[in-house]
Design a protein around this ligand. Structure first.
Ligand code: HEC
Length: 125
């Protein structure tokens, strides 16, 4: 009787010793996700211009494929304001609502939010 109580205490202690560091790991994982660069800090009501979309998104992430020099892949050219306006719905579906574009890459959550805000604002020039 005495022996079995001692054994179960030892068992309980070892469970605690194993569980404590594990829960510490879980906590760290959550924390890492929280201060990830993926956090959206874009204010959707702040006015966004085409120039900003062009220099931050289209030129660095799209023109490699969607320009005359890049071969207008998929028959899509995104070099001028009017060409981009024609593709707005497809751009929102492929790049804001999903991460299908840019092909082979992924825009940061902030850049996707910026693009979404610009489209919501009526895609001003
Ligand atoms: C590495 C090449 C590549 C890059 C970079 C790229 N695209 Fe594409 N895109 C394609 C190809 C190829 C297609 C044709 C359809 C397919 O293969 O998915 C396409 C098709 C599209 C289409 C037509 C509709 C559709 O969804 O298929 C849109 C709109 C589009 N891309 C937007 C973008 C935007 C916006 C970016 C930048 C954020 C971008 N793409 C970056 C290769 C690329």
């Amino acid at each position: 009787m005495v022996l079995s109580v001692a054994t179960s205490r030892r068992f309980l202690l070892s469970v605690l010793l194993v569980a404590a560091p594990l829960s510490g790991c879980n906590f760290k994982e959550e924390k890492d996700q929280d201060d990830d660069a993926d956090q959206v800090t874009v204010d959707p009501s702040a006015p966004v211009t085409f120039a900003e979309i062009y220099s931050k998104i289209l030129q660095p992430s799209c023109h490699g494929c969607h320009s005359v020099g890049g071969g207008n892949e998929g028959g899509v050219n995104l070099e001028s304001y009017s060409a981009v306006k024609e593709q707005l719905v497809a751009i929102r579906l492929s790049t804001v609502d999903s991460t299908r574009m840019p092909k082979g890459d992924i825009l940061s959550a902030n850049l996707r939010a910026l693009l979404g805000a610009w489209i919501e604002q009526g895609a001003p020039e």
